[in-house]
Design a protein. Structure first.
Length: 340
């Protein structure tokens, strides 16, 4: 029993360290501002969406994250404006992180099918934690297999942190290719509850890119006429680095209108030449004619933590794009990026 408890405490400490960094979502492009602020207004229309992630559901304690967003593209100002609300919860020490941000992007046309988006985001961040059940690493006596003192010793009540932050990004794309760069936490907000200015959230840098190949279209028979059915195959990568941590994801997405199937591999060797095999991610999505899209993905853990212990991760996304009713409104080519 004590051994299992120590295993759980170890996982908790690992998770607490992970949550001091940013939450990793698997459906990057279904959570656009979390990937790159330059994606604000990228549909050329009005869009709303929500995302939910349940990390390690096999554990007794929960690690969940969510985000909700909305954006609109203004043809008059050639700009996108959006808002995002996001957060993360960890039940053991009842910690929570909440953020609300405003996003702006400008779209510059470089050629007939070449575009550059420049985006920025300003946010308010709230971090709260209740230390009553927290066990520090210094309280663990590994040799004797005991915990020194009671949970929460040395702390009283709850702690709160409030900060402002800024993000920025660039996105270049053509009809089949895209490449983006984003930087988060440019103001390095405080994350230590114990000593002011002693520990700040490192800047997270992200590089994304990929290529899409159009396949032979199919036909959809709606009993009145036949319409083309898009079929395409895309390959992409997403590299992130934050502090001493880095991560590289590579994946493929097959679009068989209206069905999307995707596969990601997360965890190539790190710059320290340590094993970093984290998970295989399977995804399925569907796009409805009404503009409503649903996506579900599952992370199968291949790390030393193991699938049986962690339970992997579940992620769900829902978004809706409002179609334009103005036939004179200018329409830009759809982005070649992943849909999820």
């Amino acid at each position: 029993m004590m051994r299992r408890y120590f295993v759980f405490v170890f996982l908790l400490l690992s998770a607490s360290q992970a949550f001091s960094q940013d939450v990793q979502y698997s459906q990057f492009y279904a959570n656009p501002f979390y990937l790159n602020p330059a994606l604000a207004g990228s549909t050329g229309l009005t869009r709303v969406g929500v995302n939910f992630r349940n990390q390690w559901p096999a554990l007794d304690q929960s690690f969940v994250a969510y985000s909700a967003y909305a954006d609109h593209f203004s043809e008059k100002y050639n700009s996108g404006l959006g808002i995002i609300v996001s957060g993360a919860r960890e039940s053991f020490n009842q910690s929570r992180t909440d953020e609300i941000g405003l996003v702006y992007s400008y779209r510059l046309q470089l050629g007939e099918k070449r575009f550059l988006h420049v985006g920025t985001q300003g946010s308010l961040i709230s971090r709260d934690v209740l230390f009553d059940q927290l066990i520090l690493g210094t309280q663990l006596d590994i040799d004797k297999g005991v915990i020194i003192g009671e949970p929460g010793i040395g702390f009283s009540g709850d702690s709160k942190l409030r900060a402002i932050d800024m993000n920025a990004g660039l996105l270049y794309y053509e009809d089949k290719f895209w490449f983006g760069f984003s930087a988060f936490h440019l103001l390095k907000p405080q994350i230590s509850y114990l000593e002011l200015n002693s520990n700040r959230l490192p800047i997270k840098y992200s590089v994304q890119g990929g290529v899409r190949f159009n396949l032979a279209p199919g036909n959809i028979n709606d009993y009145f006429n036949n319409t083309d059915q898009e079929r395409s195959l895309a390959f992409a990568f997403n590299y992130k680095t934050q502090g001493v941590f880095d991560q590289l994801d590579v994946g493929a997405e097959f679009y068989f209108e209206p069905l999307i199937l995707g596969l990601w591999y997360r965890g190539l060797p790190t710059k320290y030449n340590l094993p970093n095999n984290e998970s295989l991610i399977g995804l399925i999505g569907i796009e409805l004619d009404a503009g409503l899209d649903f996506g579900y993905s599952f992370d199968y853990s291949i790390s030393k933590l193991g699938q049986q212990v962690s339970g992997g991760a579940h992620e769900v996304s829902v978004r809706y794009v409002f179609s334009s009713q103005n036939p004179r409104e200018k329409h830009y080519p759809a982005l070649p990026t992943f849909r999820y």
